[in-house]
Design a protein around this ligand. Structure first.
Ligand SMILES: C[S@@+](CC[C@H](N)C(=O)[O-])C[C@H]1O[C@@H](n2cnc3c(N)ncnc32)[C@H](O)[C@@H]1O
Length: 294
């Protein structure tokens, strides 16, 4: 396998990258069963139609635990190669181990910040599942993703649609917000947040500014598992996502009110539809596709 060109890394991690490593990674690992298994539904539906051919060079940005990168490596085949890039060491450790245990040789996982730099003019296809909504400077980062493509190459990213169509994230926040104040101006965050790319017009304008053409949106709706049972769903929602942010930022007040918050969340989860893997809630994403014209 040809190895990936070195990715320029900054001297020091940004506050967002530190936050992903220090605060979010342990929680993502704890709830990997919800995040990876559930969210896969949004990529499974479009994977067969992705324009990846044997021999292609593919970049997966914000690759997390590496499952999509490993699938893309299967599509690119032994003559192709995949680079998964993420800013979080713990996810990359998982991804490398998973690829090794599956005997996937045409893949490399690299630590990097897509907002700072990506390799240029290297890839036939660039992919990101639920990674681009967290960029603090999305136009610059998406421009980096575009210039990572060869001319005519395609980029596909998957982002959440609006709050109303994503009750699996928004309803828990509504419940928690009945008890706790909104996060303050200086709240520690992982970036703009899950709904920052929900607006089709705004994202189209951002992608045009980043130099893309032929920008197309496709809506994908899926029921996701929010937890194995009510307690698991509550723990997940208080740890991550918009409700998790309100809870974390409220600190001691949140802990003092934990029992009543959990009781209200349990009431809102009561009677929900259940699948074989746990409690199901609706979710909705955009699959956005565009090309690098030059
Ligand atoms: C919601 S997770 C999605 C992970 C994976 N793509 C998936 O669908 O399971 C967002 C990922 O983007 C990564 N990330 C966030 N900002 C990044 C940046 N500036 N550069 C590289 N990776 C970033 C995070 O570490 C995390 O793995």
């Amino acid at each position: 396998m040809t190895s990936a060109p070195p990715v320029e890394t900054p001297q020091e991690d940004t506050a967002f990258v530190q936050f992903w490593n220090d605060v979010l990674a342990p929680k993502f690992i704890r709830f990997k069963h919800v995040l990876v298994d559930g969210l896969t539904l949004h990529s499974e539906e479009i994977f067969p139609s992705l324009p990846v051919r044997p021999g292609d060079a593919v970049l997966d940005v914000g690759c997390g635990f590496g499952d999509t990168a490993i699938k893309l490596a299967g599509m690119a085949g032994p003559t192709g190669r995949v680079v998964g890039i993420d800013c979080c060491d713990a996810f990359l450790d998982y991804a490398r181990e998973d690829a090794a245990s599956k005997g996937v040789g045409n893949i490399e996982f690299v630590r990097g910040d897509a907002e700072v730099a990506l390799p240029t003019n290297e890839f036939d296809f660039v992919f990101a599942r639920f990674g681009t909504m967290f960029f603090t400077n999305p136009v610059a980062a998406m421009r980096n993703m575009r210039t990572a493509l060869k001319p005519g190459g395609r980029m596909v990213h998957i982002v959440w649609r609006n709050r109303e169509d994503n009750p699996w994230l928004s309803e828990a926040k509504e419940v928690v917000s009945r008890f706790l104040p909104p996060p303050g101006e200086d709240a520690l965050t992982c970036g703009p947040g899950p709904f920052s790319m929900a607006n089709q017009e705004m994202v189209t304008a951002m992608m045009r500014s980043a130099g893309y053409e032929e920008i197309e949106f496709r809506r994908v709706d899926a029921e996701v598992v929010v937890g194995k049972d009510v307690q698991d769903a509550i723990s997940f929602q208080l740890a991550l996502g918009p409700a998790g942010e309100v809870f974390r930022e409220a600190g001691e007040e949140a802990e003092r009110k934990r029992d009543e918050i959990e009781a209200a969340m349990a009431a809102s989860l009561k009677g929900r539809k259940r699948g074989p893997d746990g409690i199901l809630m609706d979710s909705s994403s955009w699959v956005i596709s565009a090309i690098n014209p030059s």
